[in-house]
Design a protein around this ligand. Structure first.
Ligand code: A3P
Length: 298
């Protein structure tokens, strides 16, 4: 199925358990038109902190960092509560229920494009942290993820999957639309964006910048504790952060771990020079020039 023309609020049932809502594809397992409408109507509180990404851009990494900052570097919360309860997913009914029950200030995660985000956010003081990642690495990470995440269709070959990714014909829609849409919020006081690559290059400095955005200063020792406990190795060993507790009908971990490699530039091991060139061409076409509609699509 192709990407629909997009009538916000109108869902279209599609084959293979996918459906469309707001012009974006979602899998029918975990997500539903009802859950997406509930997310749109979610009553945001001024002290909410939203961890927003296009999928596979470092969502659970940022969630770990935000959890640790909230606890002043103390890892006990991260070691005793699964990440999906610490920073529940806004677009699932289970996540929404958990978000409503969690103590404030809440951390809430979301992959929603900006045009599907809670309406009440836009008049609030709630904060959004938006993490972006090199889209070629997102593609490769998503390709592997689609093979273990049961709600998604098998991706087939990387070449075919790349075509779908570039067309936005994948769950959560177009990377280009997502990034352009969200980055239009740059300059707002309650919007902060950072890249996966910056986190890789300077985690301590990145945490410091996050702390100042969150108005949550940390001592040097607490800062060190955040950096240590949010490392790929620490998260991989923590069952509350590595998804090993996910039920098999959601995540088939016999085919690979959720925390796969945790590096930048893995696309070089997967994309041919020709595929990479084709990707660059589409990237330039989609990312240059003004967005063509209010939702940020190009
Ligand atoms: P790879 O598949 O390239 O390894 P998301 O949480 O948005 O689904 O993103 C998952 C990606 O972030 C995976 O990428 C995962 O390994 C990576 N990741 C998670 N925690 C990380 C960490 N502490 N350091 C580096 N990468 C991390």
């Amino acid at each position: 199925p192709g990407v629909s023309e997009g009538y916000p609020g109108v869902s279209q049932v599609m084959s293979h358990g996918y459906f469309q809502h707001g012009g974006v594809t979602f899998p029918g397992l975990l997500y539903s038109p009802r859950s997406l409408e509930a997310a749109r109507e979610f009553p945001v509180e001024d002290d909410d902190v939203f961890n927003v990404t296009y999928q596979k851009s470092g969502t659970v990494w940022m969630l770990e960092i935000l959890s640790l900052i909230r606890q002043d570097g103390d890892p006990r919360w991260c070691r005793s509560v699964p990440n999906w309860d610490r920073g529940p997913w806004l677009e699932t009914l289970l996540g929404l229920r958990r978000a409503r029950a969690n103590a404030r200030p809440r951390i809430i995660s979301s992959h929603l494009p900006v045009h599907m985000f809670p309406k009440s956010f836009f008049g609030s003081k709630a904060k959004v942290i938006y993490t972006v990642r090199d889209p070629k690495d997102v593609l490769v990470s998503l390709f592997h993820f689609a093979r273990i995440f049961r709600p998604y269709r098998d991706p087939g070959s990387l070449g075919d999957f790349m075509d779908k990714f570039l067309q936005g014909d994948v769950p959560f829609g177009s990377w280009f639309q997502h990034v352009r849409g969200w980055l239009q919020l740059r300059g707002r006081e309650n919007f902060f964006w950072i890249s996966y690559e910056e986190l890789q290059q300077d985690l301590r400095g990145s945490v410091q910048r996050l702390c100042s955005f969150l108005c949550h200063p940390l001592s040097p020792a607490a800062l060190d504790a955040v950096v240590t406990n949010a490392s790929f190795a620490a998260m991989s060993h923590n069952p509350m952060s590595n998804f090993s507790l996910s039920p098999g009908f959601i995540l088939d971990q016999n085919r690979g771990p959720f925390l796969r490699k945790g590096i930048s530039g893995d696309w070089r091991n997967h994309l041919s020079p020709e595929q990479s060139r084709r990707f660059d061409l589409v990237y330039r076409e989609r990312m240059e020039g003004p967005p063509k509609n209010p939702s940020g699509d190009t």
